[in-house]
Structure formats: structure tokens, C-alpha cells
Design a protein around this ligand. Structure first.
Ligand SMILES: Nc1nc2c(ncn2[C@@H]2O[C@H](COP(=O)(O)OP(=O)(O)O)[C@@H](O)[C@H]2O)c(=O)[nH]1
Ligand SMILES: [Mg+2]
Length: 320
């Protein structure tokens, strides 16, 4: 028995043992990994949990092929990335979802009706990014809310800057997330990609409040002042969302045809030619003979190696 496991661990473990479906099992395994204290004494247990998580995911992948379903607590990932809103009641989360996804509102109820996730797609240039509105963070918030934060590619932490308790809002959110091992400060290990948004900047009081806030937190966080009411900095926010997803867009060109900048493949920053090829077709990995590249950095159809690191906007032509 490993030393010093908190009571919370055993509570979750009990639920894990009682879980009936693979999805539930996976959910509780991830919870166990989240609540387990991270130190030498628990390393072996952490490794075991990670192994069980991969095994369960594998089994789920297999069963997914037959059922086509997504985990009950998860919002199915769509588009180029999943961005999840975080905040206390009334900070403007739903308003933000609406303004970001206005052109393509597709708000869908998820299993936890009324207090559930709301999803929309945000158009950014030639890609779509998924935005997920969530129930408010609170002490009694359900575990699946925190699971959604863990699965996110980016968290948008929204605060009501017009309220005199602006600093307190941040403290509450930090404390609740910390208690679930979701770290948002840059210097913390395994910190979650996030942006802090000071909303309601159209209200007089907000400027003064946010000055104090910035004195406290500037440097520790990426902070942006917005207003969902007037649209202040919403275009900047869209761009920052894209930048913070750490993704690139790569365009494929058919041999002998002109370059067409549409329907990009979305890859992680640092992705190589061979990874882009694999994205198109599994067989490309072994059959790829060579690749030609076009970009704004001087390539105009020259051949590049398989391990060439691609950048946003690159155009590739695969020869197999
Ligand atoms: N003045 C002002 N009011 C806002 C802004 N954003 C949201 N609100 C208002 O704040 C209230 C709560 O907004 P809502 O989006 O429902 O917040 P949620 O509970 O976090 O989803 C509503 O009355 C909104 O009209 C803003 O930028 N400026
Ligand atoms: Mg709301």
C-alpha cells in the first residue's frame, strides 16, 4: 500500500471498482491520476494508472468502431481544436460563446441537460475551432466538469472585471482547479494552456479593477481585456486562440495542378512532412518517394526531406 494517499483517492477508487462501462472506468482512472499526490512514493502507482488508462482507451477504440459513441462525460472533439470556457456564474461565458460562434451557431445540448455543455464552432480564417461553454466552477461542481478542462486544448478563463471581487474570482477559480490538480500558472508542472479574459470592459468600473488585477498577475498569465457586449478585442481574441492552440495549417497540392489554399490539414507545431503525409493516408508513410514544397519562405516546388519541419501556410505535393 503506497504511503499517504488522500481519502479522496479511495473514494474515487471505490467508484472505479463499481464502474460498469469502459467509459466510466476510464473517467475514474483519470480522476485517480488527477488526485494522486505526485511524489516518489507514488511513482509506481502513477505508472500503473497510466498503463490502465492506455489499456482502457485501446479497448474503447475497439468498441467505438462498433458503436461509434463518445465517452458519456466528454464533448466530442470537432474542428482544429477544443477550447473550453471556465468561469464563475454571470461572468459572460454564454455571451462569449455566442459572439465567437455567431456565424455558425450550432448549440447542442449534452447529456447533463440545463447544467451541461454548450458547443459552437468558431470560424478562424479557413478553419473551425470548437468552443465549449460550461457550467460555473464551484466547490460542488461535478467531476465531469473538471474532466472537460483536462481534455481541452486551451482553457479560456473568464472573469467579470466590473465586479469589485475581481481578484477573488481568480483566487476561487485557481483554488478549485488546484484542488483537482489542474494547474494554470505557467511555472507549475503540467500546467494547462490558458488565457485569462477580463470581460465587461465596457463598464466604467472595469478599467480600475483590471489595473489592480494586472499588478497582481501580469507576467504570470496571458491576460486580455474584452467585452462581449461591444465586441472589444474579440478579433484579437480569435487570433490569440489560434496562436495558443499551437497548430499549423498545411495545404496539399495535387501533382500538376495549381496551388489551392483550402481545406488545410491541421497539425501540431513542429510536425514534419511525413506526419502530414500520414495524415492524408496511412500508406503514404511507407510509399512516399519525395515531397515538393511551396511557401512564403522561398520554396517554390523544391524537394524536401521527410523530416522537414513544416510551418503554418506551407503547401506540399506528395509523390508516391
Ligand atoms: N456590460 C456587459 N455585460 C455583459 C458582458 N458580457 C456578459 N454580460 C452580461 O452579464 C450577464 C451574464 O452573462 P452570461 O453570458 O449569461 O454569463 P454566464 O453565466 O457566465 O454564462 C448577462 O446579463 C450578460 O448580458 C459584457 O461584456 N458587458
Ligand atoms: Mg451561461
Amino acid at each position: 500500500m503506497p504511503a499517504n494517499l488522500p481519502p479522496q483517492y479511495f473514494e474515487v477508487e471505490k467508484k472505479y471498482r463499481e464502474a460498469k462501462t469502459l467509459q466510466e472506468k476510464l473517467f475514474y482512472l483519470q480522476e485517480l491520476l488527477a488526485v494522486i499526490p505526485k511524489h516518489k512514493g507514488t511513482e509506481k502507482l502513477q505508472a500503473e494508472l497510466k498503463a490502465k488508462i492506455s489499456k482502457t482507451k485501446e479497448l474503447m477504440e475497439k468498441s467505438k468502431k462498433s458503436t461509434g459513441s463518445t465517452a458519456w462525460y466528454q464533448v466530442e472533439r470537432q474542428g482544429a481544436g477544443q477550447v473550453v470556457l471556465v468561469g464563475l456564474p454571470n461572468c459572460g461565458k454564454s455571451s462569449l460563446l455566442n459572439i465567437l460562434t455567431r456565424t455558425n451557431v450550432e448549440v447542442a445540448p449534452y447529456p447533463f441537460t440545463t447544467t451541461s455543455f454548450q458547443v459552437g464552432m468558431m470560424e478562424y480564417e479557413d478553419i473551425k475551432i470548437q468552443i465549449v461553454d460550461t457550467p460555473p466552477v464551484s466547490e460542488g461542481a461535478p467531476a465531469w466538469l473538471y474532466a472537460a478542462f483536462r481534455f481541452a486544448d486551451l482553457l479560456l478563463i473568464l472573469l467579470d472585471a466590473s465586479s469589485d471581487n475581481l481578484l477573488e474570482q481568480m483566487e476561487i477559480i485557481k483554488k478549485e482547479l488546484d484542488s483537482r490538480n489542474i494547474f494554470i500558472e505557467r511555472e507549475k508542472p503540467e500546467f494547462r494552456n490558458n488565457l485569462i479574459l477580463l470581460n465587461k470592459m465596457d463598464i466604467n468600473k472595469s478599467e480600475e479593477n483590471s489595473e489592480i488585477f494586472l499588478e497582481f498577475y501580469e507576467g504570470k498569465f496571458n491576460v486580455l481585456k474584452i467585452s462581449t457586449k461591444t465586441g472589444l478585442n474579440i478579433e484579437t481574441l480569435k487570433q490569440k486562440i489560434f496562436e495558443n492552440l499551437n497548430i499549423i495549417r498545411v495545404y496539399t497540392k495535387k501533382i500538376g495542378q495549381p496551388v489551392e489554399r483550402k481545406d488545410p490539414i491541421v497539425l501540431k507545431i513542429g510536425a514534419t512532412v511525413i506526419e502530414a503525409a500520414e495524415h492524408i493516408h496511412k500508406d503514404f508513410k511507407k510509399n512516399l518517394k519525395y515531397t515538393r514544397l511551396w511557401n512564403a519562405r522561398g520554396y517554390n516546388g523544391q524537394r524536401v526531406e521527410k523530416n522537414y519541419i513544416l510551418q503554418d501556410g506551407d503547401i506540399v505535393e506528395f509523390h508516391v
